[in-house]
Write a protein that binds this ligand. Structure first.
Ligand code: SF4
Length: 372
């Protein structure tokens, strides 16, 4: 899985499985693939993917297909099926798939505001982000209203059995930084259907927003550091770096006090320049603070300034994820305990599988069964 996510996948037919996500906020240009019962998001539209040694044919009638590496079969895999709710549209004619999409196998994901103050100028925008591309291409709408989100969420639960929801947003201002629009959206969804929700925004300027978000129905919260080194932050996320790391740290403390240990998480993009040692020492600090560090391989999205930046090598990812999985297992912080969101879904990283194998090894050791 780690190698597939680093190298990407060549497809003999891009129509296989559910439509892939292109552009948008955060990681993108993937397709959901079920490998060994685990859903992973695998880059298929990146430049690197076109040269990948991995290739998959169109699935047969049973939905399965053979994954080959350098022409040799390595696994039977399955593409996630297009969800039923994609066929519906709102009364005023907006297709549901422009309002929210299926991520992984059971996550409904939406970008409430598809615009961002950081994206107004390419000089200030996060260099990896494609939030404006999907909007420009007509694949989404600029503002998903609370009523639209509630309608789509209800259908996605009823028709496709989605089990949790990710609500992210472009940053609309320098004050609440998206917390207010997340509150309105979560309240409407929770009034329509019981669905655990993760909100994702930059740290708001006032810690009182954390309780407001919780009261509105947000169950877990993501505030994403993405990159750690201050010089890299200034280069790769010049606008977002206006919010200093110290504010992230104080916001994590305040948010953990409201949402609970392990219900606050942060995305760290591996492969953009932070070293293995820097990533692991920050992860140790985050775990001690009660924050789940969701480390994902950077995906160079076509059309962004970083489209030619190489994806991290699988060896680099393993060097980060294996010790991190062990750290999480030791701390008893499990992705499966997260109520909603990216850490619980886990499809954009192979972290959860390292976490599981580290957890299994420590159980065996505790039972005195470990090989000596
Ligand atoms: S980890 Fe997050 S961004 Fe990735 S597929 Fe899951 S919900 Fe979507």
């Amino acid at each position: 899985m780690t190698e597939l996510q680093s190298l990407g996948l060549r497809l003999s037919d891009h129509r296989a499985g559910a439509p892939s996500r292109r552009g948008g906020a955060g990681p993108s240009d993937h397709k959901a693939l079920v490998v060994d019962g685990t859903t992973v998001m695998v880059p298929v539209h990146t430049h690197g993917a076109y040269d990948s040694p991995f290739r998959a044919e169109v699935p047969g009638a049973d939905g399965n297909t053979v994954l080959t590496r350098d022409g040799k079969p390595v696994a039977i895999v399955r593409f996630a099926r297009p969800p039923r709710f994609y066929a519906l549209q709102t009364g005023d004619g907006v297709p549901y798939w422009q309002i929210a999409t299926l991520h992984g196998s059971d996550v409904l994901a939406t970008t409430v505001l598809q615009t961002c103050i950081r994206y107004e100028s390419r000089k200030r925008a996060c260099q990896f982000c494609a939030i404006g591309q999907s909007l420009a291409a007509g694949r989404t709408i600029a503002h998903k209203t609370p009523a639209q989100l509630a309608e789509v969420a209800r259908s996605a639960v009823e028709l496709d059995g989605v089990r949790h929801m990710v609500m992210t947003t472009g940053t609309p201002n320098k004050t609440d930084r998206g917390a207010a629009v997340l509150c309105d959206s979560a309240q409407a969804v929770k009034a329509a259907v019981e669905l655990p929700i993760q909100g994702q925004c930059e740290p708001p300027d006032d810690d009182r927003w954390f309780q407001r978000m919780k009261d509105a129905g947000i169950d877990s919260l993501g505030m994403h550091l993405e990159v750690l080194d201050p010089l890299l932050r200034a280069r790769i996320l010049p606008g977002k770096a206006d919010v200093p790391l110290e504010r992230y740290r104080s916001a994590f403390d305040a948010a953990v006090a409201v949402f609970g240990r392990g219900q606050v998480s942060t995305y760290l993009l591996a492969g953009l320049g932070d070293t293995t040692a820097a990533l692991l020492s920050e992860c140790e600090r985050l775990i001690a603070q009660g924050v789940y560090p969701f480390v994902v391989p950077f995906v160079p999205i076509s059309g962004t300034p970083l489209e030619d930046h190489p994806a991290p090598a699988a060896d680099f990812m393993r060097a980060v994820l294996a010790p991190l999985g062990a750290m999480l297992a030791r701390a008893g912080m499990r992705s499966t305990d997260i109520k909603a969101g990216c850490g619980r879904c886990g499809a954009c990283s192979s972290l959860a599988s390292f976490e599981r194998s580290a957890g299994a090894q420590s159980t065996v050791a505790l039972q005195g069964l470990a090989p000596r």
